[in-house]
Design a protein around this ligand. Structure first.
Ligand code: FE2
Length: 378
């Protein structure tokens, strides 16, 4: 008599089976105006190490790419060598920015087929590449703006990065700063487009909406935005999506959209196990962070309760703290990393909390608005 319910129960796992299993972020690729100099900046300022290189010396004619690594974090910096290719056009339009959010998969062919079947626009048909270190399969789909996801299958590969790249060894190797891996990557999309991309991540990628913030959560006297956090099944890949909201003055998201000339990646959040040590090292090396007023710290412990860290270094460095049901987190945001007010980094240390610092939004956005006003864009 319970055959029917058995059937229902056994049908559930098949229904919820993840059609796009992701092992994590594989790398983030930036298209930049001068990759050689950008690589030096990321090594010097952020403590990345040299990993791999592709360019004319390796048989690539139209670009040069430098791969940097720090723990599980991999950045690729790519610059065009001619004016008439997609990389050059991307930089003319957007300035330096994120082109590729690459995802590490066990089956790049299936990742492509499953997402395209559900409506993704193809960017790269599955392609198998090999060299003396083995075989890699890559495929890709378009997401917001000119940004793409590449699916990277590297289970049969043990080279330094990907076929076509050679090991890049340098005499100049600054020490690392404790940056560990990508915690989340945030996309800014246009007016009324947030739910289109929430639907995309739900239907095409099989993600779920973890958290939502509306303009009442994220508004200051002047400007507002809305945000929804999308997460894959195992929680290793999280993509919050922001859209601007109406306020008295221009939203920071609108400023981004104006200068990036469309949707794109707003920030990459990078995890550390010791934010005080990491941010001390980054500031010593010249990385500039957004600062909140000192008064933020007067009432901090009333808001978040006991924390393990001393208050003084947090205040001196400008590190923010927020608590949720599961624990707390510490976070800080860099100023934009290029002259256009577009892409920046977040440094985050999680101590149980799985949220994104909602309690800091107001203080933080007022800080961003002070910078916006200095640029004449508020
Ligand atoms: Fe963030």
């Amino acid at each position: 008599m319970h055959t029917t319910s058995d059937a229902v129960v056994s049908a559930v796992p098949a229904d919820v089976q993840d059609f796009l299993p992701l092992n994590g972020t594989d790398y983030v690729e930036f298209y930049v105006g001068n990759a050689k100099q950008a690589a030096h900046f990321y090594k010097t300022a952020f403590g990345f190490q040299s990993l791999a290189y592709a360019g004319p010396e390796t048989g690539v004619r139209d670009r040069a790419s430098y791969v940097l690594v720090q723990n599980k974090l991999r950045f690729v910096l790519t610059t065009p060598l001619q004016p008439d290719n997609d990389i050059a056009r991307h930089i003319t339009e957007h300035g330096d920015g994120v082109k590729v959010l690459a995802l590490w998969v066990d089956d790049a062919r299936s990742a492509f087929e499953e997402t395209v079947k559900r409506g993704a626009k193809p960017y790269l048909e599955p392609v198998t590449e090999e060299d003396e270190f083995g075989t890699v399969v890559r495929s890709g789909i378009h997401i917001y703006g000119d940004t793409v996801h590449l699916f990277i299958e590297r289970k049969n590969y043990n080279g330094p990065f990907l076929p076509g790249y050679r090991e890049w060894k340098t005499a100049y190797n600054p020490t690392d700063t404790g940056l560990l891996y990508v915690d989340h990557c945030v996309g800014n999309v246009g007016w009324h487009e947030m739910n289109t991309w929430v639907d995309f991540y739900e239907k095409v990628m099989g993600f779920r909406n973890l958290l939502s913030f509306d303009d009442k959560d994220i508004s200051t006297e002047y400007s507002a935005l809305m945000s929804k956090v999308m997460s894959n099944g195992n929680g290793r890949v999280k993509f919050p999506i922001n859209e601007p909201a109406e306020g008295k003055k221009k939203s920071q998201i609108e400023e981004y959209l104006d200068f990036y000339r469309g949707p794109g990646v707003q920030h990459v959040a990078i995890a550390t196990n010791n934010i005080i040590e990491t941010v001390t090292a980054l500031q010593d090396r010249g990385v500039e962070f957004l600062k909140v007023p000192g008064s933020y710290y007067d009432t901090l412990l009333d808001r978040v309760g006991h924390i393990d860290e001393d208050l003084l270094p947090l205040k001196e460095l400008g590190i923010l703290v927020d608590r949720d049901d599961e624990g707390y987190l510490l976070q800080i945001f860099t100023k934009p990393l290029e002259d256009r007010p577009t892409v920046f980094f977040e440094i985050i240390q999680r101590k149980g909390a799985k949220s994104f610092g909602k309690g800091n939004f107001r203080a933080l956005f007022e800080s961003i608005e002070r910078e916006q006003a200095l640029r004449g864009n508020l």
